[in-house]
Write a protein that binds this ligand. Sequence first.
Ligand code: PLP
Length: 292
Amino acid sequence: MSRFAYVNGRYECHTQAMVSIDDRGYQFADGVYEVVAISNGYPVDLAPHMVRLERSMAELHFAATPYKSALCVIAKQVVRLNRVRNGILYMQINRGTASRNHLFPSEKTGPSIVMTSRSGLGPTEVQAEQGVHLAMLEDQRWSRRDIKSVGLLANALAKQKAKDKGAFEALLVNPDGTVTEASAANIWLVDEEGALVTRPLGTDILAGITRARVIALAQEAGYIVKEKVFTVGEALSALEIFLTGTTTFVLPVVQVDDAVIGNGHPGEVGRDLRYRYRAFLEDLGPESWHVD
Ligand code: PLP
């Protein structure tokens, strides 16, 4: 089946869709993006994804930003054309196409908008049932990790390094010995009191949409959630560790480098939250497309 992409006003065959070599996303990674999960044909938390997209554009001082209602019409069409029921929607917006110059182009230069969608969502059953390993790595990213920028080189290097060490993801560590997040997911632990701990929002991590959803689901279920900075030592001695993210859902971690977490099997809390998250996905309906 053909895949389709939206590129600057046109729906095109995915393999033939192109942007200019003067596109600022290509030249300077001068763009922002979102990845939205599609579950049973419905977008997962589309409204907060659009809010984060608008915030990312504002933080990078984009002059002209498209209306989110217009973006959602395109998004729905891209998902429909690609017949995606369970998969992802990718949206990239960058500062547009202009002759190469570090300075921003004139305000008349409109943004470039690209959207794609594909099937395939979530970790495999084996990963979710057995838990995954992390590799501890220095966090080498820039100081504005709260902006969902397309400048993902340090994230890609970390993910690859983790894979080369036989791990699924990276556990990224700041120079002060505190844990930030993974290359494409937020990190949580369960402390000795059974409370959930995850790093507070700030410029050191991305404000994960799944993180926010899991905080709400956990509090609803009666868990105590502490948004608190934690060290590598605290992570390694935690009862449980798990990841949250659009493509990972809630994914238990059973080992970090050579250190076994808990009893080496996915813990009860992570498993419970994974089921609760999946139940939330099953409840989505057509109203999930509304963003205003
Ligand atoms: N942190 C980073 C660095 C990410 O790239 C992502 C997702 O790609 C996340 C956290 C999780 O965010 P979300 O739950 O919005 O997918």
